[in-house]
Write a protein that binds this ligand. Structure first.
Ligand SMILES: *[C@@H]1O[C@H](CO)[C@@H](O)[C@H](O)[C@H]1NC(C)=O
Length: 255
């Protein structure tokens, strides 16, 4: 009897211990300590020429709450990812901080993020506190990756101005949602299902010389933080007569 109850006791302790371990391993609520700076004076919102290739869209996405990433840029895979950033000083900083979207690459003095002035100001509790944060220039922060959310927006494809139909196709994927990375993109002919893997030219710009002909079915490979992969096939095709500058609605949201 005594032996049985002590083995139950060990079992319970083991369960508690394993639960602790798995909480640490997934750690979806863990913040990472780092530093952040802000854009120069002229740039209140984002930039038109960020390394992600979003163009003018990159200046206004997420209301202009955007950031330049250094290591988190991850050769362009990090473009479009969303992070909750909050600063540390309890006198100046709000508890929630700000959610920013990565639109560019760059680094400063030990920073993971260079934030648009708008987003940086949003870290503060008050306008006076924001002025103090700007005076510091570089501040201690903590961050974690969060879901991107664009209510009432489907993922869209913007055909890059450098495209030359039908010989060369380049496009940018907008309104990437959730916490997944887009790690590969394919275009498939809708008739005979010949597919072609695209190249990540830079940032979120996907390209192919000699794209398949006819209406094109887009496939995006989403990878989550555990490395699980899933191909997403939007309901809308890119039409056969796609043109540089056009924007196509994929008809899907991914959360
Ligand atoms: C998103 O796609 C769905 C399905 O095609 C469509 O009904 C809806 O209007 C689209 N939403 C927006 C905001 O474009």
């Amino acid at each position: 009897m005594a032996a049985a109850s002590s083995s139950v006791f060990v079992f319970v302790i083991t369960l508690i211990f394993m639960q602790r371990l798995s909480e640490c391993a997934t750690c979806s609520d863990c913040f990472t300590r780092s530093r952040a700076a802000h854009y120069p004076n002229s740039e209140e919102q984002g930039t038109d020429h960020g390394a992600c290739g979003y163009g003018s869209f990159g200046a206004t996405i997420n209301g202009g709450d955007v950031a330049t990433a250094s290591d988190l840029y991850r050769n362009g895979v990090g473009c479009g990812a969303c992070y909750q950033v909050r600063c540390i000083d309890s006198e100046l900083c709000s508890e929630e901080g700000k959610m920013v979207v990565i639109t560019d690459q760059g680094s400063g003095a030990g920073t993971d993020f260079i934030m648009s002035r708008r987003a940086y100001a949003g870290l503060a509790q008050t306008a006076d506190a924001a002025a103090s944060l700007f005076a510091l220039g570089v501040i201690d922060i903590e961050y974690k990756r969060v879901d991107c959310s664009y209510p009432n927006k489907n993922i869209t494809v913007k055909i890059d101005e450098n495209s030359d139909a039908p010989h060369y196709l380049a496009f940018v994927i907008r309104f990437q949602q959730g916490k997944n990375d887009i790690t590969a993109v394919q275009l498939c002919e809708t008739k005979n299902f010949v597919c072609k893997l695209l190249d990540r030219s830079y940032g979120t710009v996907w390209t192919t010389a000699s794209p398949p002909r006819g209406p094109l079915s887009l496939r995006m490979l989403l990878t989550n933080e555990d490395g699980d992969e899933q191909w997403i096939v939007p309901i809308n095709n890119i039409p056969r007569d796609w043109k540089a500058g056009d924007i196509y609605d994929t008809g899907v949201q991914v959360n």
